[in-house]
Design a protein around this ligand. Sequence first.
Ligand SMILES: NC(=O)c1ccc[n+]([C@@H]2O[C@H](COP(=O)([O-])OP(=O)(O)OC[C@H]3O[C@@H](n4cnc5c(N)ncnc54)[C@H](O)[C@@H]3O)[C@@H](O)[C@H]2O)c1
Ligand SMILES: Cc1cc2c(cc1C)N(C[C@H](O)[C@H](O)[C@H](O)COP(=O)(O)O)c1[nH]c(=O)[nH]c(=O)c1N2
Length: 175
Amino acid sequence: MASNHVMPSGAPPVLPKADYRNAMARLGAAVNIITTDGPAGRAGFTASAVCSVTDEPPMLLVCLNRSASVYPAFTANGVLCVNVLAAGHQALSGLFGGKTPMDERFAAGRWSRKATGSPVLEDAAASFDCRVVQATSAGTHDVLFCEALAIAIGGAAQSLIYFDRRYHEIAAPPH
Ligand SMILES: NC(=O)c1ccc[n+]([C@@H]2O[C@H](COP(=O)([O-])OP(=O)(O)OC[C@H]3O[C@@H](n4cnc5c(N)ncnc54)[C@H](O)[C@@H]3O)[C@@H](O)[C@H]2O)c1
Ligand SMILES: Cc1cc2c(cc1C)N(C[C@H](O)[C@H](O)[C@H](O)COP(=O)(O)O)c1[nH]c(=O)[nH]c(=O)c1N2
């Protein structure tokens, strides 16, 4: 397991949260539905705080707010699937974005299973079925380091990006 380095801090200036969020809204990001299943039950949430860490081993990170209703299920199950959304998935993203009962969230999509038993969205642009190999708390969130055990690549022609607090469909230019 890798070591954690915590940078020493003096007396940092406290920026207004709204300023930070307004600036973060300028970082366009892929939209993902993160799912899990196991002894603590099935759960899923929408996440834009996802990125690649290393390809040896294949590993992504996911930032999960510890106050989310899904947090206990994710920490107890120790497995998850990162489902990258495609154009047309805006409503599904909204359902998994909070406050909707879990059965209603999952009723809106078609799901299968791969290596870990976490729900895999059938028409995702790509899916990474993972075990969580490390977790670090940072502020309000846990950063989950996730090793991919199985991957699916879909046929999605257009991707979904969250930018400026709205969804945007992006078409790949012809090769
Ligand atoms: N990383 C996150 O936890 C995260 C990211 C995006 C959206 N959200 C949730 O969706 C809601 C709507 O987001 P929005 O983009 O339409 O408007 P917003 O003004 O609430 O957020 C703007 C941007 O700030 C960042 N952000 C928002 N809440 C955050 C949080 N709790 N921790 C870390 N970064 C955060 C994200 O990059 C987000 O896109 C947010 O209020 C939040 O509840 C959370
Ligand atoms: C576009 C977008 C992007 C994100 C989110 C929302 C939306 C709409 N949410 C919030 C997250 O989806 C929400 O808190 C969960 O669904 C949990 O909600 P409940 O506590 O179950 O109601 C979110 N939460 C989180 O912990 N990490 C993230 O990266 C994101 N990203």
